[in-house]
Ligand binder design. Structure first.
Ligand SMILES: Cc1cc2nc3c(=O)[nH]c(=O)nc-3n(C[C@H](O)[C@H](O)[C@H](O)COP(=O)(O)O)c2cc1C
Ligand code: SF4
Ligand code: SF4
Length: 268
């Protein structure tokens, strides 16, 4: 089967998932690559996104060993029907735990047929110079692995005569999925150092859940914030921070204990 168009559907607040998906598309070598960026809040009200006749690459970041909750709601708005899909999770070098199997199940429920799966590594959303966690990834090796994966998917699809023949993958993970108690995190959020802020509005325009409003100072809706760190990584003045003792303790522990480089894993 020949696919001229590949659609990349991703939720990617700090951009690493988007980079991996574009690497996969390049390796696949489709004539047309369409981006369905599910990162911004307007995607919550998207009426329909027709993806029925294309090959779709679905990509999400791993949050606490699972698929980001915000991404789930948006992925469910895609309209698929026996649509072949490549499913991809991107994680910050700790572990992807049950995220890939959860994405596989979500894709199946939504009408996709997963033909390949991958777990790739991206710079951890909470990483910085003092607290390195996969800093700078995906790097050239990761992108090469993404391209190689894309070309293997192309070979699998080329060999197929019909969708019904397709062998589906069974990615690693457990059911029921890991379920951490998040109650202590609910009101945690990024905040602004007012003395550095120029009220430029960049953070408000890129927040995936619309948690930021610009008034006489920058206001954050703590209950809405998903701690994705997009505002922290993109504020031109370095004025946004997640600075909470409990979060700092967890993140420092992760940084200390998960330094050994993990490599992409793919399943076809
Ligand atoms: C709230 C939150 C939870 C996270 N949990 C995990 C995790 O369980 N394991 C891991 O290795 N990385 C974890 N990460 C890191 C992200 O999966 C990683 O940085 C990913 O590359 C971000 O994707 P994006 O750049 O597309 O936003 C977490 C990040 C956030 C913001
Ligand atoms: S991006 Fe930074 S400088 Fe601009 S409004 Fe937000 S916090 Fe202020
Ligand atoms: S306010 Fe929260 S949800 Fe919005 S961009 Fe910043 S960290 Fe992400």
């Amino acid at each position: 089967m020949n696919f001229d168009t590949v659609k990349l559907a991703y939720f990617s607040p700090t951009g690493t998932t988007r980079k991996i998906l574009n690497g996969i598309a390049e390796g696949f070598g489709a004539e047309n690559v369409r981006q369905i960026d599910l990162t911004l809040p307007q995607m919550d009200t998207l009426v329909s996104n027709e993806v029925r006749d294309d090959l779709v690459v679905l990509g999400v970041p791993v949050y606490e060993g699972r698929v980001s909750r915000t991404a789930i709601a948006r992925l469910k708005r895609l309209k698929a029907d026996h649509t072949p899909a490549v499913i991809v999770v991107v994680y910050g070098n700790r572990d992807f735990e049950d995220a890939l199997i959860e994405l596989n199940d979500l894709a199946r429920e939504s009408g996709f047929l997963p033909v390949g799966a991958g777990a790739f590594i991206g710079e951890h959303s909470f990483a910085n110079e003092n607290r390195p966690m996969a800093n700078g990834r995906p790097d050239a090796e990761d992108i090469a692995a993404a391209k190689a994966f894309g070309s293997k998917i192309r070979a699998k699809m080329n060999d197929l005569v019909s969708i019904d023949e397709m062998s589906l993958i069974e990615p690693p993970g457990n059911r029921p999925y890991i379920d951490r108690d998040r109650s202590a995190m609910e009101d945690k959020a990024a905040s602004t150092m007012d003395e550095k802020c120029t009220l430029c509005g960049e953070c408000a325009s890129l927040c995936p859940v619309g948690a930021i409003t610009i008034e006489d100072t920058v206001k954050t809706d703590n209950m809405a914030c998903i701690l994705c760190n997009a505002c922290v990584k993109h504020c031109p003045e370095g004025a946004r921070v997640v600075d909470d003792p409990m979060i700092n303790k967890i993140v420092n522990w992760v940084s200390k204990n998960f330094q050994a480089r993990r490599e992409p894993e793919t399943f076809i």
